[in-house]
Write a protein that binds this ligand. Sequence first.
Ligand code: SER
Length: 367
Amino acid sequence: MLQGSSLVPSDGGQVLFTTAGMHPLTRYLEGFSHPRGRRLTGVQRCLRTTDLDEVGDNCHLTVFQMLGSWSLGDYQGPQSLRWGYQLTVDGFGIGRDRLHATVFGGDEQVGPDIQSLQTWTELGVPVELTTGDNWWSNSPTGPCGPDSEIFAWTGDGAPQGTPGTDERWMELWNHVTMRYRRHADGSLEPLPQPSVDTGMGLERLLMIVQGKPSLFDSDVFQPWMSTLPGLWQPDQRSLRLLADHLRASIVIIGDGVRPSNAGRGYVLRRLLRRALTVLWRGDSTRTLDDLPASLLEHTLAQFGQEQGSGPVSDMLRTEEQRFAGLLTRGRKVLTQFSPGRPLTEDDLRYLHQTHGLPPELVTELLA
Ligand code: SER
């Protein structure tokens, strides 16, 4: 069992943040031998900004815990699927009639994943074949391969349709067979030894096992969902966005990132500004200072971070004040700068470069 590492990749590599449990293991999936052996498991905090617009629905988060298992040139994909199925049904008690699988159906470079298809058929689990959705890579180049995903039914009543036709099928566990290395020209080279990389969102698993309608109703979110309504009375969608973005910001700060205008710091800044924009809608006197230290501590502890809540809360306060100052200044500038027509790219560049108002802030202020 591997201890999860920071959201900030130690290799300074191709991604800003750790987006998958396999990320710290990339070189081992490419063939280097791992000091802990060929069969590994772990829990890794991950951040995905690709899902940002979906945050607030039932099953997407910015920061989440990924449960992972790996075979570094040891057991093969079909074995991983069989064990995955067994753990899902017998271990977690998720009814077999609530499961659906997807399998790589082949493209112009790689043929269909017949072995996975055969495995699911033998296990009696319905399968859907797809192309793009069943190919996994962490970055444009590097290890990649076909994947097979286990979906769980989250709707009321009997399952309907397939993962591709009914979004109440939620992806629970992805099993990737890392068989290739992609080069910059798009070509695929077979890896010397195929590996298996699986990942399952802990919060999604809890949602299913605890029979909850959304991630936000599972017990990991309970402290957030019970505290925020008493502080700010947000509507349901704002409550989810605040809980997600503030929780993510705390974890990012806990991993040593500071708000800034570029790279990781900018992702943090955007998350906090989105949260503050929602928080101040209707009442600009609300403040992140209202967040109890115990909530910050609970969140840091949940992600195994040692940072105390004091410095995190100081940073939230500083960033809030900075944003409030920028908004006041921005409103003033925009009252004076009104060309009487929709703003052009040049106007936005001028406002950004001369007055320090980012385009997304101008758009928000003019909305
Ligand atoms: N790397 C795959 C994923 O993130 C499986 O762990 O889904």
